[in-house]
Design a protein around this ligand. Structure first.
Ligand SMILES: [Zn+2]
Length: 290
């Protein structure tokens, strides 16, 4: 947990609430829930610049840099960032063995090599991609980023990597206002509802997977396309988001590709809505695993 001013709009409580909910609802048994270790510095260094990491770890980030990230620096922020990246690494490792695994955090796709922004400090997915490559565990990967905000940091980090296919479907008028092109970007207008969303996704995904030919999919299952989200500007229902999750997992299963899920963003006007969306993703993933 990181200490934030009272009115801060980032819902840090959602992580603990989600953990409680997946246990209380019997989606995950306690022995299958792991506290991730910190991502090894060696793995983080494959993605992030030494000078940025030095400022982050030592706590010497200037005020302007902290504002760009959206969090005041603290030891807790560093710990959480390294552990959330460790969670995505572990989820990828488990997915390669079991077919599907989920990090109940992560999806910090606005982090670039030399800076964080938009509540993202370290780019967990890029860290996992490079770590798994270095270990010879994967060749080609696909990133299916369905957070409502474009995965600009991930796109920039993997732009020169021909073996990583980056796909993002997001709000056209939403943050980040200067998008960074991925391999495929689908832009949605404000107020987009379930039917159109699912049609656009169904139209795009088969081509994404056919072009990507991935050994592993990273799925960023953001809760912020939900109609109750304060920042999302779209109008998806709980049901629509569950169909979204099922569509991604079904297509991946149809070609026998494992999926590592990270939760990414969610800023519900009622935090319980955000937790509900993430919890539904976990339930669907569990059902696919069974
Ligand atoms: Zn988001």
């Amino acid at each position: 947990m990181i200490a934030l001013p009272e009115a801060h709009r980032f819902p840090t409580a959602k992580y603990a609430l989600l953990r409680d909910a997946v246990l209380a609802e019997g989606i995950v048994r306690a022995e299958h829930l792991h506290d991730p270790a910190r991502a090894p510095l060696e793995d983080v260094r494959r993605v992030h610049d030494a000078a940025y990491l030095d400022r982050l770890v030592r706590g010497t980030m200037p005020a302007a840099e902290q504002r760009l990230v959206g969090f005041p620096w603290s030891e807790g922020l560093v710990e959480r960032s390294f552990r959330a990246s460790g969670g995505t690494l572990e989820a990828a490792d488990r997915a390669l063995r079991d077919g599907i695994a989920m990090n109940l955090a992560g999806g910090t796709h606005h982090a670039f090599a030399d800076r964080g922004e938009g509540f993202c400090v370290l780019n967990d997915v890029a860290i996992a991609v490079r770590a798994l490559r270095a270990a010879g565990r994967v060749g080609r990967v696909a990133i299916i980023d369905l957070d409502v905000h474009q995965g600009n940091g991930t796109h920039a980090l993997l732009a020169a990597d021909d073996a990583s296919y980056t796909f993002s479907m997001h709000g056209r008028r939403n943050y980040p206002f200067r998008k960074v092109a991925g391999r495929l970007d689908v832009e949605l207008e404000d107020g987009t509802q379930d039917t159109e969303y699912l049609e656009r996704l169904s139209a795009a995904l088969p081509g994404v997977l056919a072009s990507a030919r991935p050994d592993l999919v990273f799925y960023l299952a953001g809760a912020d396309p939900h109609e109750g989200d304060a920042l999302g500007r779209l109008a998806l229902t709980f049901d629509g988001l569950m169909k979204r999750d099922a569509l991604v997992l079904e297509l991946a299963r149809s070609i026998g590709v494992p999926v590592a899920i990270a939760i990414a963003g969610g800023y519900g006007r009622d935090i319980r809505d955000t937790v509900r969306v993430h919890c539904n993703t976990a339930r669907i993933a569990r059902d696919f695993l069974a």
